[in-house]
Design a protein around this ligand. Structure first.
Ligand SMILES: Cc1cc2nc3c(=O)[nH]c(=O)nc-3n(C[C@H](O)[C@H](O)[C@H](O)COP(=O)(O)OP(=O)(O)OC[C@H]3O[C@@H](n4cnc5c(N)ncnc54)[C@H](O)[C@@H]3O)c2cc1C
Length: 461
């Protein structure tokens, strides 16, 4: 009997661990571990967990059609996994445990502890299903780890020129299995799970349709449209990538098949998928990132983060009085998703103009985003706060007014999330304190003064 451990790889096709189980011809039972204590410690967002729950129900149905039952191991934390999985393996007489790797340190340690505990009776084997090129395989010419994105992406693309990354489809059922599936608890034993089901359908058909729709109809305009939050210019596939409902390799295969020439390799959109790979590569190469250490340790002593509680609260609630920051935060609170440009704007605002530690923002994002992803979120926050690998230079402080005027010139995005601004003339909508006459807050900071303070703070030392 094979045991296959599903985590953030909730798909049946293009799942290397499941494909390997299929190839060895043994009966197979799938399981998930529910770890509410660890989820709370990791600040898992109700939106992401809601999506994970619903997608799990879909995967369970698809697995059962293939003769693979799904067991639910309800434990408290990652620490409990070795004993619970050992017990399951013994009960079922399993000889193999297969899973797809996850790269943050706690997950790596959890998997190691499970493999160590099962070593004498079960063969444990991991696969790289979350990335296209496994972390550690793209190195500099001298064999060291890349710390800068552009040369990493160049070397990454070179590896891909030959494109030898097949997907092994599962076309027939597994051998019959007498084990019965468990019910998936409606709350995962955790807390309220909530997300917008209309925005993020979970059936494999609906997800596949979104992938093809984007790549066929919208990817060509991605470079031109991707920075404008009022425009539907990006794929919005991040929630599915985060829970593994779709894999980056699947996206690459579709993208490649839709291009009539080699352009796919240089597409702007592929660049973003490579950023995702870069952050995973860093997470493995530099485990301190998982411990929330800045990539550039010297910044730790140099920058004195400020304790500005009321400004923090205003930022969290989208009540800073800076329209683009507030509209972005309202979008996050309402949908669990935020446009990439605005993630950079609000992160720069919090860390530089307000002076609050990037780790507070990172944790807040983890607790709200439907696409919360430890590696990409950590990378994005460290980049924005200028403490990370290949980060924005310290003097790059996003001007929230100029960003708003440039990327939302008519204020359409602003009005969508701050309807009070509809009554305000277009040119005035971007300004701090816009719409106070209709109830919007006064600005919580003076932009010019805080910009100077931030530059001085970063320069010192
Ligand atoms: C402060 C901050 C926090 C972030 N937190 C997260 C997070 O928790 N989860 C997350 O998936 N992304 C995060 N990002 C990256 C990026 O904002 C989102 O991936 C993107 O907005 C998702 O929208 P999309 O699917 O339409 O992206 P598209 O533009 O269509 O890009 C396709 C895919 O590429 C990946 N991608 C795109 N941009 C980046 C990037 N800058 N870094 C890494 N991967 C990228 C995503 O998987 C995305 O789905 C963060 C960025 C910043 C600046």
């Amino acid at each position: 009997m094979n045991l296959i451990w599903f985590r953030n790889d909730l798909r049946v096709q293009a799942n290397p661990a499941l494909a390997a189980a299929h190839e060895n011809g043994l009966a197979t039972t799938a399981f998930v571990t529910l770890t509410p204590k660890t989820w709370s410690e990791h600040c898992e967002s109700p939106a992401r967990m809601g999506l994970w729950h619903d997608r799990l129900l879909e995967v369970k149905r698809e697995l059962e059609d293939l003769n693979v039952p799904l067991k639910i191991l309800m434990v408290e934390s990652f620490d409990d996994c070795p004993a619970a999985i050992g017990e399951l393996a013994e009960q079922l007489g399993a000889t193999n445990l297969l899973f797809n790797y996850e790269y943050p340190l706690n997950e790596v340690n959890r998997d190691q502890a499970v493999c160590d505990a099962l070593m004498s009776s079960v063969h444990c084997v991991g696969f790289h299903g979350e990335v296209i090129i496994p972390p550690g395989e793209v190195k500099t010419q001298t064999g060291t780890d890349f710390k800068v994105y552009t040369p990493f992406s160049r070397a990454w693309r070179q590896r891909l020129v030959k494109f030898d990354y097949p997907i092994r489809p599962i076309k027939s059922p597994f051998p019959a299995n007498s084990i019965t599936s468990d019910e998936v608890p409606s709350d995962l034993g955790w807390q309220s799970l909530s997300y917008n089901r209309e925005l993020w359908p979970v059936t494999s058909d609906a997800i596949r349709e979104q992938v093809y729709q984007f790549i066929r109809e919208r990817e060509a305009d991605y470079k031109e449209k991707r920075d404008f939050p009022a425009v539907n210019g990006t794929s919005k596939l991040s929630p599915y990538l985060t829970i593994g409902a779709v894999s980056p390799l699947q996206l690459l295969h579709v993208q490649r098949s839709e291009y009539s020439h080699d352009g796919w390799l240089n597409s702007s959109w592929l660049n973003e998928l490579i950023w995702r790979e870069f952050y995973r590569h860093l997470m493995v190469a530099f485990p301190g990132l998982s411990r929330l250490e800045p990539f550039r340790p010297e910044t730790e002593a140099r920058i004195q983060w400020l304790d500005r509680e009321s400004a923090w609260q205003a930022w969290c609630q989208g009540e800073t009085g800076f329209p683009i920051v507030d509209a972005a935060m309202k979008q996050l609170l309402a949908t669990g998703w935020m446009h990439n440009r605005l993630r950079m704007v609000v992160a720069s605002f919090l860390t530089k103009l307000v002076g609050i530690d990037w780790r507070r923002g990172e944790e807040f994002f983890m607790s709200k985003l439907i696409d919360a992803d430890f590696a990409s979120n950590n990378g994005g926050w460290q980049w924005s706060a200028s403490v990370g690998a290949d980060a924005a230079p310290y003097f790059r402080i996003f001007n929230p007014i100029a960003q708003s005027e440039k990327f939302d010139a008519h204020g359409d995005f602003l009005v969508k999330w701050l309807p009070e601004l509809e009554m305000v003339p277009v040119k005035e909508r971007h300004k701090p304190g816009a719409g106070q006459f209709y109830g919007r807050p006064a600005p919580i900071i003076d932009y010019t003064k805080e910009r100077k303070r931030a530059l001085d703070a970063y320069k010192e030392g």
